[in-house]
Design a protein around this ligand. Structure first.
Ligand SMILES: [Zn+2]
Length: 466
């Protein structure tokens, strides 16, 4: 039986080139939020989008401003009425920088090669919410109305960690208040499998410092009787990092249940996908998964990275024992783990019985991010699956994200009692935040179609109304 959404989806499909053109026009504006020289571009793009949302048929389109923040854009259309649920669509318009990256084409000019559209922001995240603009326009052009109430908020500071998003939530609560949310800045596990993000790793950084002597001293005079803090630092690091470079603190190893592992094994993360996605050299293999699904290593286990050290660089070489040495480590915290648990485990491993009796300190650095673990249950998710079956031929696969996305943790904390549908238009070859970022056009097309059906499916669920 065909429904109104089928005809709307056909119209959206026939207008796919318009959606690509609209997306390309936004990608021409270098709205890089981390660079003050581009803050004018962020504002320019916000104003353009605001006008376009109104022209698309959304109402009350406005640029939301706060002192000391780059703006958000908001719009809505609420004339489906109070007996229909209200959907909030969140996305972001700002971009990561491109400085120093070896792009094959101009990063701020959309270029289509094969099935992919290349430009900074194509998939992260411009394509995500433009897919909703296209769906809204098709609904309005085909039927003159939307099947449910829709609000949209497009942030201008996501790529710098959403430092003011909670202030926007406080200052403009009506822009966010809704019954169900779609947050469109996440990944699909392949171009054929739509993803539903349900977990995030958190992030904490530590500075590990080793000291033993008041100043540098002659290594020929004192070597063998005075500790070398540089090698002591390396020995300490080897206590918590194994030969593969993985975190080796048993207390922080997580266990996932077998049902989840079975799902995780369905995630198409084979060696070739990892090789291409992570740009591994031809003769380098991914790390041995040791019997676990690779997805578990990427999403559910903690990971450690050495961010910097103060070990002497070649231009500082001298025959001396050094006064101190330090390293800054970042730890991806497993979903469900908290930062204090990680700190306690690091202290146990690093502060006890130091090599050579050196003095060791471990200081957490500012800017921690919580992990997030969500259970998607209820009619909104069943509705989303029905919409995705129509558009993609299969329901969404529950996935995690290895990185910490501050806006997700924030929405989880503020609105975690609502159905939160985290999806997007990225795929393993997107290369977000790197050179030659791209959007798969087939994914973009299916995303638009899924949105069209999602609106109809959610509209049939008055039980979602709060
Ligand atoms: Zn993003």
């Amino acid at each position: 039986m065909s429904t109104p959404a089928d005809a709307v989806a056909e119209l959206a499909n026939s207008r796919f080139d318009h959606a690509v053109d609209r997306l390309s026009s936004y990608l021409a504006v270098p709205a890089i939020s981390c660079d003050a020289a581009h803050h004018g571009d962020v504002r320019t793009l916000a104003a353009i989008i605001c006008g376009d949302l109104e022209a698309t048929g959304l109402q009350n389109a406005r640029v939301l401003e706060l002192e000391g923040a780059l703006p958000c854009v908001a719009a809505e259309r609420l004339d489906a009425g109070p007996h229909k649920p209200t959907l909030l669509v969140y996305g972001h318009l700002d971009l990561q920088p491109v400085k120093g990256e070896p792009w094959d084409t101009d990063p701020h000019t959309a270029v289509i090669k094969g099935e992919r559209l290349y430009a900074r922001g194509a998939a992260d995240d411009m394509g995500g919410w433009v897919s909703h603009m296209a769906a809204v326009k098709a609904w309005l052009d085909q039927t003159g109305a939307l099947p449910l109430n829709i609000k949209i908020v497009i942030e201008g500071e996501e790529e710098i960690g959403s430092p003011n998003l909670e202030r926007f939530m406080d200052a403009y609560p009506e822009a966010f208040s809704s019954d169900v949310m779609v947050l469109t800045d996440c990944e699909n596990p392949s171009i054929d499998i739509p993803g539903l993000t349900v977990s995030l790793r958190g992030l904490v950084e530590f500075k590990l410092t080793v000291s033993a002597i008041a100043n540098d001293v002659h290594s020929g005079l004192w070597g063998n009787m005075v500790p070398d803090v540089s090698t002591a630092l390396i020995r300490l690091l080897s206590r918590i990092i194994d030969d593969d470079g993985r975190l080796s603190i048993d207390a922080l190893r997580t266990t996932s249940d077998e049902a989840w592992r079975a799902e995780a094994r369905a995630v198409p993360l084979d060696s070739e996908t990892i090789r291409r996605g992570a740009r591994l050299l031809d003769d380098i293999d991914p790390l041995d998964p040791r019997g676990l699904p690779p997805a578990e290593w990427l999403w559910r286990q903690p990971a450690v990275t050495l961010l910097s050290t103060t070990l002497p660089t070649p231009d500082m070489e001298k025959n001396a024992l050094r006064a101190n040495a330090s390293a800054t480590l970042s730890v991806r915290v497993a979903p469900g783990q908290d930062v204090s648990q990680v700190q306690a485990a690091f202290e146990d491993a690093l502060l006890v019985d130091p090599p050579g009796g050196v003095k060791v300190t471990l200081e957490p650095q500012p800017g921690t991010a919580g992990s997030w673990l969500y259970t998607p249950e209820g009619p909104a998710f069943e509705a989303a699956d029905r919409a995705y079956v129509k558009a993609w031929g299969r329901p969404m696969l529950q996935i995690g994200v290895g990185g910490s996305i501050p806006f997700v943790a924030l929405f989880g904390r503020r609105y975690g009692d609502l159905p939160l549908i985290l999806n997007g238009v990225m795929d393993p070859e997107t290369g977000a935040h790197g050179p030659n970022e791209s959007l798969h056009l087939g994914v973009f097309r299916k995303a638009i179609r899924a949105n069209v059906h999602l609106y109809e499916e959610l509209a049939a669920l008055p039980e979602l109304i709060r």
